[in-house]
Design a binder for this molecule. Structure first.
Ligand SMILES: C[S@@+](CC[C@H](N)C(=O)[O-])C[C@H]1O[C@@H](n2cnc3c(N)ncnc32)[C@H](O)[C@@H]1O
Length: 354
């Protein structure tokens, strides 16, 4: 993974420039996508000169030149003579859903706040959040109040990854005969609605901030499962508040990565206390050491600075080996691990240690 040994000096120096100009290339790529240059060239395989591109898209010649030349340098456009055509990289920037949600998330949520990453890493506070969207301790209480584009891109990013994993997970979980499931961080109710729809004898109780609970309850009613999805507003960082008791399972999907290790251990302990005798804790996470391709690890590792600068200043995307240690410290043990769900999620099924 991320092997640099095959590169010669010049190649390595070019890679270093790609990083040094990363922010510039990112913005050019985004505009080539959003202002229609990629689409125009996808629809016209023989390509166009920059003059024709500017004319067809109503851009100034100067704007079209700036963007197309940057697109050429990043490998998204090919330039032969005076004619630009779309490359495979350009195709993915335009059409690949994962690339789109990552780019929108990074522009609409992270871009401005990441300028304050240094301050965030020193203070362990989300300094980027404080400089851009809110003075709250974390991003979570204000998720539903983010500016429209940031809100759409935050939820688009979150749901893109969890929705893909949920398909197989609903199948796995609906066979486990769970009557009562507790779901800390249930967000907009996607999981609770999917599971209760597939499994008519299951009831899910969501714990989350009030804004998310309101949306989740509304969604559950709309989908006809409102009588089996309950919600309770709570600040989950207050570890003096016990979870409600006697559950067959505690389900935490893309949730524990929102917390620092000490909070994860406390949340796992509270989860353990919420279980009945045969209950299990279910952790769903995309761990970066469980990815089958470096694309997955690259995306996950580089999601962590969002947690530092924007989300909370203390958490990150973890490795499975780190999570197993937290599980152990909370008095639980991993009974089973199922990998390769969706785009690379893992389900860790944990039980109380004897
Ligand atoms: C990344 S989302 C996970 C959403 C969902 N479980 C999924 O798989 O897509 C994390 C959720 O945890 C909630 N959350 C984070 N910190 C919280 C806190 N201190 N108290 C209550 N809810 C919190 C957020 O509001 C959000 O809904």
């Amino acid at each position: 993974m991320f092997d640099d040994t095959q590169r010669n000096g010049a190649e390595a120096l070019l890679e270093a420039q790609k990083i040094a100009f990363g922010a510039v290339v990112f913005q050019s790529a985004r505009l080539l996508r959003d202002w229609g240059v990629f689409k125009l060239l996808e629809d016209n395989k023989n390509g166009f000169s920059v003059e024709i591109i500017s004319e067809k898209l109503g851009l100034t010649l100067y704007a079209a030149q700036i963007l197309c030349e940057s697109g050429f340098s990043m490998g998204a456009l090919k330039l032969e003579g005076d004619i630009y055509t779309l490359t495979k990289i350009g195709y993915f920037l335009l059409n690949d859903e994962m690339t789109k949600v990552n780019m929108d998330f990074n522009h609409d949520v992270n871009y401005q706040g990441l300028f304050f990453l240094d301050e965030a890493l020193k203070s362990q506070k989300p300094s980027g959040l404080h400089q851009t969207f809110s003075k709250e301790e974390t991003i979570y209480p204000i998720l539903s109040k983010l500016p429209p584009k940031a809100k759409k891109s935050w939820f688009g990013f979150d749901h893109f990854y969890s929705d893909a994993a949920f398909v197989k997970l609903v199948d796995i979980m609906s066979k486990r005969g769970i009557k009562k499931l507790l779901e800390p961080g249930g967000n907009t109710g996607k999981w609770s609605i999917a599971l209760t729809t597939a499994s008519p004898s299951t009831t899910v109780t969501i714990l989350d901030h009030q804004g998310q609970i309101d949306v989740a309850m509304q969604n559950a009613d709309l989908k006809g499962v409102g009588d089996r999805v309950n919600g309770k507003a709570i600040n989950l960082l207050d570890h003096t508040i016990d979870f409600p008791k006697d559950f067959d399972g505690v389900w935490m999907s893309q949730f524990l990565d929102c917390f620092a290790p000490k909070d994860i251990i406390a949340l796992l302990k509270r989860s353990k206390e919420a279980l009945n005798k045969d209950g299990r804790v279910y952790i769903v996470e995309p761990f970066w050491d469980r990815q089958t391709h470096e694309i997955g690890s690259y995306c996950l590792i580089n999601t962590s600075p969002y947690f530092s600068a924007l989300a909370n200043g203390t958490s990150k995307m973890y490795r499975a080996s780190e999570m197993s240690k937290f599980v152990d410290e909370a008095g639980l043990e991993v009974e089973e691990e199922i990998n390769g769900l969706g785009f690379g999620h893992t389900l860790m099924i944990c039980k109380a240690k004897n």
